[in-house]
Design a protein around this ligand. Sequence first.
Ligand SMILES: NC(=O)C1=CN([C@@H]2O[C@H](COP(=O)(O)OP(=O)(O)OC[C@H]3O[C@@H](n4cnc5c(N)ncnc54)[C@H](O)[C@@H]3O)[C@@H](O)[C@H]2O)C=CC1
Ligand SMILES: O=C1[C@@H](O)[C@H](O)[C@@H](O)[C@H](O)[C@H]1O
Length: 340
Amino acid sequence: MTLQIGVIGTGMIGQDHIRRLTQVLSGARVVAVSDIDRSRAASAAPEGAEVFETPQALIRSDKVQAVVICSWGPAHEEQLLDCIAAGKPVFCEKPLVTSEAAALRVIEAEVAHGSRLVQVGFMRRFDADYRRLKAVIDGGSLGAPLIYRSVHRNASVPERLYTSDMPLNDTLVHDADISRWLLGDEISGVEVRVPRRNSRGNELRDPVMVLLHMGSGAIVDVEISVNIAYGYDIRGEVSCEQGVAALPNRPAVVVSDAHGIRQAIPEDWRERFIEAYDQEFREWIVAAGRGTATGPSTWDGYAATLVADAALRAVESGAREDIRMIQKPGLYDRTVKAAA
Ligand SMILES: NC(=O)C1=CN([C@@H]2O[C@H](COP(=O)(O)OP(=O)(O)OC[C@H]3O[C@@H](n4cnc5c(N)ncnc54)[C@H](O)[C@@H]3O)[C@@H](O)[C@H]2O)C=CC1
Ligand SMILES: O=C1[C@@H](O)[C@H](O)[C@@H](O)[C@H](O)[C@H]1O
């Protein structure tokens, strides 16, 4: 069976996902697109795909069996609720939504539907290196994890569109999610420290240091730098009771010549996580074909939203801000086996 997909939002990542769904992966076809910028949607539409005037019309269309949301974060809630109302599986890029209240509305709608429909775009969980790191920690040979260092550096971010709150409510969500997943634990409190500003970033609050306090007492120390110029550099290191497991920036061919020894650095997230995005969609296509979702859920999107909100409070208060989650609905405890 070929899954008929509609894509909402045909900007940077929307176009990249259309490319992988059209040229890389099997089992799916992009049959519909929509964007508030109609001409962008028209030029991104693969051959034969219909351009819809509104996301709502695309979601309701009989030709669309599953939806991919790549619009801006504040638009996600309405589009997610429309997908759930239509009973259609939906892959939603991060952030799930941009407020706790919105996350709770999506949880309520999905729980009322009775089974998972939503998968959130936390692609690190599908990255082979992160999966190996998790296997080492879960294997238990290093003992309990005590400290996790998460380095998240972007060469640059889009001027004007990327604002001062975004290191904390857009970029940090990946580190929050991967910390919860790697350590198998919830985040109970957040602190933020703001060092000297990077003058390359205009007025942006950049870099930021974030401490995530895990329920177990383990601490995650996150560096977010979004204008570091030299490339996209993502690292993680877990210090455990009797050993350390580390994920360096993506390994690449080591070149030795008259200029020294060097390795290429990925330019951006598209390059660093190219296989992870492919894998998250491979697994999503299988799950969506069965009318459901797999991997990062609405619950995980809700947890990351609470961390973003707490981080924004913490940057103002200078103190630890606590996080309180609602009781986890049973729906999010069930495992859906998607991969063949
Ligand atoms: N998982 C990841 O690593 C990444 C995730 N993202 C996420 O993907 C989403 C899109 O980001 P980009 O592609 O970088 O942004 P972008 O600005 O390049 O594209 C967003 C597109 O959505 C359209 N749009 C905005 N509101 C809309 C609405 N209400 N209805 C229909 N179309 C709408 C815009 O016109 C634009 O074409 C964001 O939520 C972002 O956080 C982005 C980059 C990487
Ligand atoms: O999700 C992403 C972007 O939206 C975000 O702006 C970047 O900071 C992240 O590294 C990237 O993975």
